[in-house]
Design a binder for this molecule. Sequence first.
Ligand code: AMP
Length: 377
Amino acid sequence: TIGILGGGQLGRMMTLSGTAMGYRFITLDPTDNSPCGQVARQIVAGYDDQKAARQLAEECDVITYEFENVDADVAALLENEAYVPQGSKLLYTTQHRLREKRAIEAAGVPVAPYREITSAEDMSAAIEALGVPCVLKTVTGGYDGKGQRVIRDTETALTAYEELAGLGTELVLEQFVSFECEISVIAARNPQGEIRTFPPAENVHVNNILHTSVVPARVSSELQLEAQQLAAKIAESMGAVGLLAVEMFVTRDGQLYVNELAPRPHNSGHYTMEACSTSQFEQHVRAICGLPLADTCLLSPVVMVNVLGEHIEAVIDRFAKKDADADELGVVPKLHLYGKADAKTGRKMGHINLLCHDVQHALDWIGKTNIWRNEYK
Ligand code: AMP
């Protein structure tokens, strides 16, 4: 039995994959009937509920998590009372941007130049060193672009500092990377030290939320290989177990800078579900259960497009009818829905993997549906 801290879509897809492999799953999540709770047994309790965490520890042979902001005390309790192969150190590092950057640098992998900011005085020296534009970020708690401000001149710097310093966490100032594109690589490592990486995905974000992942990424094959090697190097150096998603910027002159890590399955790895010989979810289950890692080769070009609250109705209509555009373009759309009832704007409700002969055909399909027209304004 595998226990999952968190009951969102990542836990749901992990459960669906792992169930096919013969494992049983229990999820701990505060909201009843969570996406994962619909396909696994669920303990309904808060993430800081020590009694519930203890129950999960008692009932499970292996424990994993599907989000990063796991309460440190609960993580420590679980590590003491159960088998948590990913450990709490990886979480401790990736929960904090500065610790994360130092760990990436320690692996010998480049990050965008940055400065730690602990006071208003630090800001002017850091801006002088890094130049504008630059990006001020909170070191903890930020996701999907929350807790960050782009600074274009020294005047906006102070207001940005005051706003973010008010959130009560440390800050980091990063040089703005004028990137050609963003890519990500999912690496997997098992406790025996075996490492495998998936082909890089080229990611487009809209309003700081992932919109599409295009695979193969439209960068040179040398860069793809280098990105995979960097991700493997980080996983190795950190002694990661399970998946490690590595997000990178690609500059015009072909330099790679790592931006962020996530020690879990990642939205930009959803394409693997149909397009690779092994999905990221199966690979994660294999890694945490100490099985040999499986082949990750790409079986077909693919574009993954996210279905948010504002898209869901049109998407369901579209999939209820015969799709002449898909037939004509030679695109095979595979819909995955997460079982969420409340379709709020910006909420991730599902995704579509568009298998294709050429990624441009899949992008044409997205355009023809008109469902994502606001993304291309
Ligand atoms: P993050 O929360 O660090 O993943 O940042 C969210 C998004 O903001 C990234 O996917 C980038 O598109 C953009 N961004 C973050 N940091 C930088 C940077 N140093 N230079 C340029 N763009 C950035």
